[in-house]
Design a binder for this molecule. Structure first.
Ligand code: FCX
Length: 456
């Protein structure tokens, strides 16, 4: 991508100088909030401001901002499908990498760049064989993490580093190469895994080199209309178009959630050892596969389906509330509610909800979607009364699974793999910047119980 590289190259010198100045002249300045306490050492480092992350910031009340832009502003300003106000994930990737809103031409150029690297949706032979040899019913996230790690076989960064041919100041270039290659391969990877868990691993759809990344995720899952899909997905043309736009929305807004969440931080941490982007993001995916993080999306669907089966009237707040209490009293969490940083409704949830509200006819008979839409009116009060969680409001995982399920993605285990496509965009963009800045290996100090006891 000549333009992407030149835009980055224009930005790099100034940014590097700013960081160097901070490090050299102000390294001793204390960060105001977020003192490290015994509570934070024992409590998952909540509130400790200790990770450098450029592309997104998370405000507890307002939620995520992408280089300062809210989801609404992204929907208004980033190039995408004009009919649905839905930006392409490529425009988000451009924004995350450069900090600038791309033009339509720049977005199209990045779409072509990624499609060029995708080799018509064909995977490298060793990755294809590796996936063929994994059990079809192995969890999709395990398959995805293994497959992504295997792509490191072709890593430009690892090769160059091994050969000693790259100047440290230029590490970012092969990191960018690898990151774009990794992102371009994800539609084919998840398409293959989806086929493995739904049938036998044979292609479900065709790669379309004139379309965007999200379209190709859908197409290789066999979910698009017309000639690109090779199976009968039972979707009307309107529904498959809506599914593509749901995928664009989903992959766009899940791309990044600042640096401290498990998948982002893991990618950053592993990358700090100069592991290449494939290994770094494979580790991030393994973190995303945890039920308190990305896997929650799958748990939400299970929970809504179970609740639908257990209560007589899903529009009755009393019955919903009783069901939630029964869950809480058996020490289970309400999936899709709560957050480590947010203290308000997640604007990503809001964006998914608006997607459903704009298609009220489509969803009016889907009891799970209806329940997902009613729950925010009941669950926060229950969680407040329960009195434990700091944020009683819905997070992003509340809505996504049931919407995918509505269009026929009934394999719950697969939903987190779609999250895994999206989350590549943010942490890999940051990894490029980690290399631009030449950030060192992460090595915080640990403390044992005796050392902590000595402090009190
Ligand atoms: N239902 C019931 N109890 C909850 C709860 C929920 N949804 N959320 C938090 N709590 C409980 C915690 O389990 C904890 O109990 P404990 O003191 O007995 O251990 C207490 O409330 C305090 O937790 P809190 O500080 O509010 O939350 P944490 O920062 O520790 O954890 C998560 C945040 C997201 C892990 C937590 O709210 C949770 O488990 N939610 C349900 C799972 C979920 O939706 N995860 C997705 C999160 C996110 F969107 C993502 O990363 O993908």
């Amino acid at each position: 991508t000549s333009t992407l590289r030149s835009v980055l190259k224009e930005t790099i010198p100034e940014r590097r100088e700013q960081l160097l100045k901070l490090k050299k002249f102000h390294g001793q300045v204390k960060i105001p909030a977020g003192d490290i306490t015994i509570g934070s050492v024992l409590g998952g480092m909540r509130g400790n401001k200790s990770i450098f992350w450029q592309s997104t910031t998370l405000d507890p009340m307002d939620g995520i901002k992408f280089h300062g832009m809210t989801i609404k502003q992204c929907q208004e300003q980033l190039p995408g499908d004009a009919n649905d106000h839905q930006f392409y994930p490529e425009s988000m990737l451009w924004l995350l990498l450069t900090g600038k809103v791309p033009t339509v031409e720049q977005t199209n150029e990045l779409i072509s760049e990624l499609n060029g690297r995708a080799e018509n949706g064909r995977l490298p032979e060793c990755t294809e064989k590796l996936l063929d040899n994994l059990p079809n019913n192995m969890h999709p996230m395990t398959q995805l993490a293994i497959a992504v790690a295997s792509l490191n076989y072709g890593s430009q960064f690892a090769k160059g580093y091994q050969a000693g041919t790259i100047n440290k100041l230029n590490y970012w270039e092969s990191t960018l190469e690898d990151s774009l290659t990794l992102i371009s391969r994800l539609p084919a990877l998840v398409g293959k895994i989806y086929s493995k868990i739904t049938q036998d691993g044979s292609p479900l759809g065709q790669f379309n080199s004139s379309k965007d990344w999200s379209y190709n995720i859908c197409s290789l899952m066999g979910m698009t209309a017309g000639g690109d899909s090779l199976n009968n997905n039972n979707l009307s043309p309107q529904q498959s178009q809506d599914f593509v736009n749901l995928m664009r929305l989903y992959t766009g807004i899940h791309a990044d959630h600042e640096g401290g969440n498990v998948s982002a931080h893991t990618t950053h941490l592993v990358g700090s050892a100069l592991s290449d982007p494939f290994l770094s993001y494979s580790s991030g995916l393994m973190g995303l596969a945890g039920p308190l993080h990305g896997l929650a999306a799958q748990e939400v669907v299970r929970f809504l389906v179970e609740m639908n089966g257990s209560i007589k009237n899903v529009n009755d707040p009393k019955q919903i509330s009783e069901y939630l209490w029964s869950l809480l009293s058996s020490n289970r969490v309400i999936p899709g509610y709560g957050h480590a940083v947010l203290r308000n409704t997640d604007p990503r949830f809001q964006a998914m909800l608006e997607f459903a509200e704009r298609r009220s006819d489509e969803f009016k008979d889907d009891a799970n979607v209806q329940l997902m839409m009613t729950l925010p009116k009941v669950a926060p009060a229950v969680l407040k009364e329960h009195g434990k969680c700091k944020n009683p409001y819905p997070n992003v995982d509340s809505a996504s699974g049931v919407l995918f399920q509505h269009y026929g993605v009934t394999q719950l285990l697969f939903i987190t793999a779609i999250f895994g496509c999206s989350r590549a965009l943010g942490p890999l963009s940051q990894l490029v910047w980690d290399r631009i800045y030449g950030l060192p290996i992460e090595r915080p100090k640990s403390m044992d119980l005796e050392a902590l006891q000595k402090l009190v």
